[in-house]
Design a protein around this ligand. Sequence first.
Ligand SMILES: [Zn+2]
Length: 279
Amino acid sequence: MPRHPERLIERLAQPAAAAMIAATKVAVVATGSVEQHGGHLPLGTDAFAASSIAERVADRLDTLVACLGPVGVAHYHLAWPGTLSLRPSTLAAVLVDVAGGLAAAGAARIIVVNWHEGNTPTLRLASDEAQRMHGVQVVIAESHVITHTLFPQEMEFTHAGSMETAAVLAYDASLVHLDRVSAASDRSAGEVAHGLFRRPDVYPVLRDFHQVAPTGWYGRPELASEERAEQIAEAVADHVVARAREIWAALADAVPADAVPADAAVRADGTAATDRAHR
Ligand SMILES: [Zn+2]
């Protein structure tokens, strides 16, 4: 079961898109980044990776995908020309507005499929706002974290290494050019430096990716293969759907459906919202 571009909302006619959302009450949103990934991977690696997983998730749920656009929050890669970055407030505004459109079409649940660490804090804030404004329930799937966690030896959590190379191979193998690979930074030094920013308890905030990899990337892209990449993308999509269903079931048990008003539980100012017309 390869990619499913037919699930992308912009490729669907309005009646078909509306019917999918109305029938399932679920929609998928994809978020990535346009940033340097050495000489062998495209700038849109994270955007393509997110779309690849999101399309597969949408197919399993028989619904559609709205990509927020390829660009994410990646200012710490701007030292490499060609990288693009949104202000966090811009990405947040797009997510909240897109969630509003999906909610208006009947989506009660949204799965955000992300493939970029730099987006995560913004997505959490924006999802909180979308839930309060639009009455949707959002789950965030960190598809890069899932890929590494499911296949820790094979899918290294580096930048532009085996995991990201596999992600692009599963999207469009013609975009991977291992013959154009540029100088890699030292892998063990990169892992140690990256690890500082990934600590869960006391951690610094990334300012410039030179702090992790002086040449912009590190890892072993040569470990990825097209055949395994496809199998791995499928396994990641299965995992996202299984975990989302687990969460929905658990939350449905915790809060009766009629305990939260259909439009929104709380207004942005924290007061109860009971009437859409008054907001
Ligand atoms: Zn990346």
